[in-house]
Every structure is written in C-alpha cells, then in structure tokens.
Design a binder for this molecule. Sequence first.
Ligand code: ADP
Length: 469
Amino acid sequence: MKNNRIGFKLGLVIITVFLIVLLFLGFAIDRLFANFYYAGMRKETEDLTSHFTVMANSMDSISEQAMKTFAEFSDVSIFNILKNGEVILHSGVHDSSDRSFIRASDLYKIFSGEKVSLLYEDPAGIRYFVSGQPILDGGEITSALYVMSSTEQMEQSLAGVRNLLMLSGMGAFLLALGITWIIAQILSRPLLQLQSATRKIAHGELETRLEIKSKDEIGTLAEAINNLAIDLQRYRDTRQEFFANISHELRTPITYLEGYSKVVKDQLYETEEEKDRYLDIIYQEAVRLQHLVDDLFDLAKMEEGRISLVPDWIDLSELVEQAVMKVELKAKEKSLKLNFHPSGTASLVQADGKRVEQIVLNLLENAIRYTERGGIDVYLRFESVSVTLIVEDTGIGIPADELPFIFERFYRVEKSRSRQYGGTGLGLSIVKKLVELHNGYIQVSSTIGAGTRFEIHFVLQPETGEEST
Ligand code: ADP
C-alpha cells in the first residue's frame, strides 16, 4: 500500500460510499419488512378480535366454550372485562393475573364504542399485539374483549429476513471490496506510471516515455509528459552541441590572437609591413569575436523568448534602401553591382525597424561575402496582402543537399567556408528567427556556381494594409 497510496485512497472512498449506501439500503429493507409484518399481524389480531366479539354477543355457556376452544386453536389469549375491571372470561397461555396491559384510558375508549390496539411486553419479556373491542348486547356495551396475540412467530420470521439481509449484505460487501480493489488498481496504475516517469525525468533519464494510450485526461497528461521529455532531451542535446560549437568557434580566433600577438610582442617579424599585417589579423579576429559574441547574445535571447519586438510604423522601402547603401562600399571593394528594385505602392508596415534592418543587412552581407563576380539584386514587392523581400546574388551557391540545414546554428556549407569568408555561422539562424517573430517565413533556392536567392514573405493585414508583427 505504501507505493500505492492513491489506490488505497481511491479504494477507501469507493468502499465508504458503498458501505453508506449498503447500510441505508439494509435499514430501509428491514423497516419495510418489519412494517409489513406488523401491519399484517395487527390486522389479523383485529380481525380475530372482531370474530370473538361476534361470538361473545350470544354469551351462553356454549359460545363461551367455543370462544375458549377457538382461542386455544388460534394460539391467542382472551380477556373479557366488565366496566369495573372484573374479568368474566379468560383463556390462553397468558397469565390471567398480569393485567397491566389494561389501561383505564383504553377501557374508557372501548366502553365509548371505540377499538384499541397496542403493543405490549409482559414481565417475562414476551411481546404481544393486543386488540380490544366492545361487546354489545342489545345495543348496550356490556364488556370489553381483549385479544392478545404473541409476536414471537412474527419476530422469528423477521429475524430470518434480517439474517438473510445480513448475509446478502456481507456478500455484497465482499464483492464490492473485490471490485473496488480492481477499480482502484485500474485507476491508480496509470497515475503510478506517471509518477515514476516524472521522477525518472526529474533525475535526468530523459529517454523515459509513457505507454498510456487512453484518450482521457490521464492519456493527455501522459502525452504532455512525453512531449516535455522530448523537449528536455532536445534542449539538453542542443545545449551540449551549442556549447561544443561555441568553444570551437572561440578557440580558433583566440588561437590566432594568441599566436600573432606573441609574434608581435617577441618582435618575430622582419619588416614593418609584416608587423602591420599581423596587427591587421589581430584586429580582424577581435572584430570576428565581437560579432560572434553579439550573435550569440541575440540568439540566446531569441531562444529563451526574451527578445521582444518594438513594432512601429516603418517605411520598408526606405529601410531596405538605406541597408543597401550601408553595404555599398563592401560591394564596391569586390567590384560587385548592387541594385535595389522596389515595386508596388504601399510602403508603410508595422514592424521592428532595427530587427528588420538586421535581417536585410545579414542577407546582404552574406550575398557580398559569398559572391566573387556579378552582383546582387534586391527586390521589394508590395502586393495586396503581402510583402516580399528578395536578395539574389550571382555567387558561389549552396549545394542542394545542404540547403535544408543552412538555417541551423553554426551550420556551414564546407566547414572552412565561413572562416575563410569571415562569417560566424549564426547569421541565417538569427534571420530566420527574426522573420518568424514578425510572423513571416523565409525560403531559399540556390544553384552551385550560379547564385543564391533568399525570399522573405510577410503577411499584411488586409483591412489596413499593414504588416502583421
Ligand atoms: P555565416 O555567418 O557563416 O555566413 P550564416 O548562418 O549566415 O553563417 O550562413 C550559413 C552558411 O550558409 C554559410 O556558412 C554559407 O556557407 C552559406 N551561405 C549563406 N548565405 C549564402 C549565400 N548568399 N551564398 C552562398 N552561401 C551562403
């Protein structure tokens, strides 16, 4: 029972309710039978008394004898009493000296023409039904006739019924005990499974799964616990992977910083140009570290749901144009053409300007980073219910089998690629998260050696022509 307290409690509640019902039912049945027997006996005694009074009407020695015989035969005692209390006829087993059942008030009633009936227990403890009726002689009440009928037989029958009731009650109770035990087991088993599974999950056994398939509340709870375990498992795995990636990402620039600063510190260079080159590498690596830390910070905030947008009415066309202008210099350095093609009439949308700029700049910087010749085209199309932003380049492209993964944290096409180009491997996952925070979605298509195209769709609210955020 120690491990199945819930089953015990359930069983206790069920059996208590059952016992209460059983007791009430038993009591009701007992009362029903008792009343039935008492009413039957009362009627019988009264009928018998009426019969005797008819016989007593012709009070001669023959009918007196007949009454005695009839009383003996019917197993009753009779008392014929005058108004002054004198007994003029007695027959039957009941002691004629015990007349305490004769009450003055009853006698008065009988001599007034009424009938009385009462339950009487004699000094020996024997109970009787007593019925008293007037005896008439020529319209005059001459005496009162009492008939006493012992309830012993009736009580024996009643005891029989009670025994039967007790027996069937005991049987029903035992049966209920068995059924309760089974029900308590059935009801408590899944709860115990839930308890043990949650304990295991709390102790870190995240592979634990519940096999409860029922469609009720327990089933739903089990499903929720399974989902929780899956989420925790994924969280643990990604966290481990995340930390492994972070340490890997940090180690490389730190190694560079350490190595080149030592070279400069120990003056292991031959010319001033060489020293400048090393210092430049140190600077580049410091900048990269700064980017990495910023990106990580953003991503961590987004994953924890701590990042909140500050939506405002922004001119999207103007924002994209300014972002294009910001990266123009970088494009020029690589002799890349950079063109912006806005179309459609609307331009104002409700969004977080800083975050939307971050999205556009990330895509533009990637496009410039991974493009060696040709150029980048940026399209902004306002349609009736949506706005589409496209950043298309003529760069090195992404292999088709790698496309599904490029939005994952630290994912890089060819592991050395972004080190060579200076990326952190976090840009696109941040872009995707920011787009989703704006209720939009991002798609990518690419051809190796021909270029890559990123498409972002935001839904505009039809009635106001505003972007949903
Ligand atoms: P990174 O900061 O390394 O560029 P991202 O998350 O922005 O990281 O991109 C993930 C990977 O996707 C990059 O390492 C790069 O290989 C690839 N990629 C992203 N944008 C482009 C692009 N415009 N053209 C070719 N490859 C791209």
